[in-house]
Design a binder for this molecule. Sequence first.
Ligand code: HPA
Length: 270
Amino acid sequence: MTTAPFREAAQAIERTLGPAPSTAVVLGSGLGSLVDKARHRRAVPYAEIGLPVTSVSGHAGTLVTGRLGGVPVAFLSGRLHAYEGRPMEEVVRAVRAMSAWGVKRIVLTSAAGALDPTLSPGELLVVEDHLNFMGRNPLVGGDDSLGPRFPDLSRAYDPDLRAEALELAAALGTTLHSGILAGMLGPSYETPAEVRMLAQLGARTVGMSTVPEAIALAQMGTPVIAFSMISNLASGLGDGQLHHSEVKVAADEAGGRLVALLQALVERWA
Ligand code: HPA
């Protein structure tokens, strides 16, 4: 039997970078520069370790290890999205490789639109739960060696990690909202009618990533904490038209607070 691509990637990562740190962070659109805050960095292009490369601007495609506040961390700078039209196995390969490498928990970050008009661009939200509207699931055609075929998702966003993030954000004086993320396939933004529907269903943010990764990691039993970095009010809620450039502007605003929160979290977990 051939080895699953994520296991080969994990072996290549271990050969190149040594043992896994306890935390890996997936950096969403516009958040790639957060790796600059890590010290003693080593970077490896995805292509050299069997991880697929994305086509979206603002996503580098590099695995970086370093220290945040003295604590070893791995950063996945750049992620593949389901809307790029590649198999879901590729979309979740990098996070599965992190789990197989041996990280103890994974932080998922991504840009998201606000469905709740009381949220503002540049603010952060910790994901409590999700609604999967992507019309696909990374476990389809599954491999039973990864974990249960029918995994429970009631703790897909680890409640203890969320509680810690809320406590540390309060201590840092950072506003951290909490709520449900709606995952859409994209790549078009939602219509105003879809935004009203998602808000009525109880979601507070909407994005095009995170959901497949959280499902794949729940199957492997790896705890996840996910943050939405709000880049815009969702379609129909704001004044103008939506544009991808808003993601970078909001990320610049939110990036410093997100790094401070991540640093406090990894120090707590060290
Ligand atoms: N919708 C979906 N995904 C997004 C958005 C949005 O409004 N903003 C950033 N990612």
